[in-house]
Ligand binder design. Structure first.
Ligand SMILES: [Zn+2]
Length: 443
């Protein structure tokens, strides 16, 4: 395969796929879903898919599924999502969010990075192979429409269609380049558990003079929260760390070779406090967290209001390492609160998602490294055991039993979920060549 030729092909074919970016497919507002489904079905059909289906059997926004026959018997499954985040605040955009606009090397549009641009690249690769001797491997596309609202139905769709989704390997959405323009091959995602803590101490807010004898829900809550973390920022919940597995030598090596520029990070985020752990690299890959997302109690408006709040709520999440179970973690926290004397502070479980990590020594992961070394040069390639954020990967791993890798077209300035979401066309064409070569060499 000729790199210059494939890269030029990706740019020359942009106009065929940018229609995808013009549809405001906003799952949170239930907008543009049908129109996007129709656009995808037409694209897959026009590209000669052996099968194109719109799955609605598990409810929620439909999943669009397509299959292409390749020249070998190997099968690659792609995971993408067609929904995007709402574009607001509109006045902070340089361009109109649903009118893809190229300025210098960058294309601006809502969803161009997360994650329509990637599917555009993947569709272009199919077209390229169609015109250049055929697709080297069988391809399956699973394109869901609820990723930006937490993929509530993916689990059911994957279970119900596990036979059809059978593949040898899976290429996920997302991925790309870090702050130093290193190309990242990401092999998993952390899990998460999200919950509220709630406490009530009176039937109504009370006059604060009664604090001479009456307890206070806000104090009760912060004392309970405080009992869950030690002064050196470890989580003080019995059994919390028990299920975390030690990194394998390959994972340890990959983790230590990740870039982490402490000064740059502090500046980027305007951090005013020192890091809470010594080794952020290991924490990002295999650590676990307990984060207070927000606190709600009493009166916080203007002026004075001397009350004892009747109730207090905190919203928290824990990012989980592979093998930690969301429901079990929530139970451990609830048990610990009882042991600490806070049996009146209730844990309300909101959502959970398991972590997933593929075997870094799997031949397909190693092929990704080899092809990336060719395309991006070996000094600029980083193997990441898992990202610090989440995604519904475990559902695929459990039902389809395949190694999963994230390799994409983003860069550190892509601003997903923010105004001025963009990709660099240089990354788009390079990422398109990378994936085409990966499929070609995998056959
Ligand atoms: Zn997103």
């Amino acid at each position: 395969m000729n790199q210059t030729e494939v890269e030029q092909y990706a740019l020359d074919n942009l106009d065929n796929v940018t229609g995808y970016l013009k549809i405001p497919s906003i799952s949170a507002q239930n907008k543009g879903i049908n129109e996007t489904n129709e656009w995808l079905i037409k694209q897959f059909t026009d590209l000669g898919a052996a099968k194109v289906e719109k799955w609605t059997d598990q409810g929620g926004n439909p999943v669009i599924y397509a299959e292409f026959k390749g020249k070998s018997n190997k099968t690659v499954l792609f995971y993408n999502h067609y929904d995007v985040q709402p574009p607001e605040p509109l006045d902070e955009w340089r361009t109109k969010p649903f009118e893809p606009t190229i300025i210098d090397d960058k294309m601006f549009a809502r969803g161009v990075c997360d994650d329509k641009g990637e599917l555009m690249s993947r569709l272009t690769i199919v077209k390229y192979f169609n015109e250049h001797g055929g697709i080297p491997v069988n391809l399956k596309f699973f394109v869901e429409g609820e990723e930006e609202i937490g993929s509530p139905d993916v689990d059911n769709y994957v279970k119900a269609h596990a036979d059809q989704l059978k593949a040898d390997v899976c290429v996920w959405k997302g991925g790309g380049k870090d702050e130093n323009d290193n190309f990242e091959i990401v092999c998993g995602a952390k899990g998460v558990v999200s919950f509220n803590l709630h406490v009530k101490t009176a039937a109504a807010d009370l006059h604060s003079s009664l604090a001479s004898y009456a307890d206070n829900a806000a104090w009760r809550l912060v004392q309970a929260l405080s009992s869950l973390r030690t002064p050196d920022n470890r989580i003080a919940v019995d059994g919390f760390y028990d299920d975390i597995q030690k990194l394998t030598p390959a994972e340890e090596k990959a983790t230590q070779s990740m870039d982490f520029d402490a000064e740059k990070v502090k500046e980027n985020y305007g951090l005013t406090r020192p890091f809470i752990y010594d080794d952020p690299r290991e924490e990002l890959v295999n650590g676990t967290t307990m984060t207070i997302n927000g606190l709600n109690a009493g009166y916080t408006g203007e002026g004075v209001k001397t009350i004892i709040p009747k109730e207090a709520t905190a919203k928290l999440d824990c990012r989980l390492a592979p093998n930690q179970q969301p429901k079990k973690i929530a139970k451990l926290i609830s048990d610990q609160l009882v042991k600490n004397g806070f049996d009146d502070v209730k844990v309300d479980y909101l959502l959970g998602e398991d972590a997933a990590r593929s075997d870094l020594e799997d031949p397909f992961i190693q092929l990704n490294v080899k092809v990336a070394n060719d395309v991006y040069t070996s000094e600029k390639v980083r193997l990441i055991p898992n990202m610090p954020g989440g995604g519904p990967m475990k559902q695929f791993q459990d039902s389809v039993h395949v190694p999963i890798v994230m390799v994409g077209i983003h860069y550190a300035g892509s601003h997903p979920h923010s105004p001025n979401e963009n990709i660099r066309l240089s990354d788009y064409k390079q990422g398109t060549y990378f994936l085409a070569k990966l499929l070609n060499d995998y056959k």
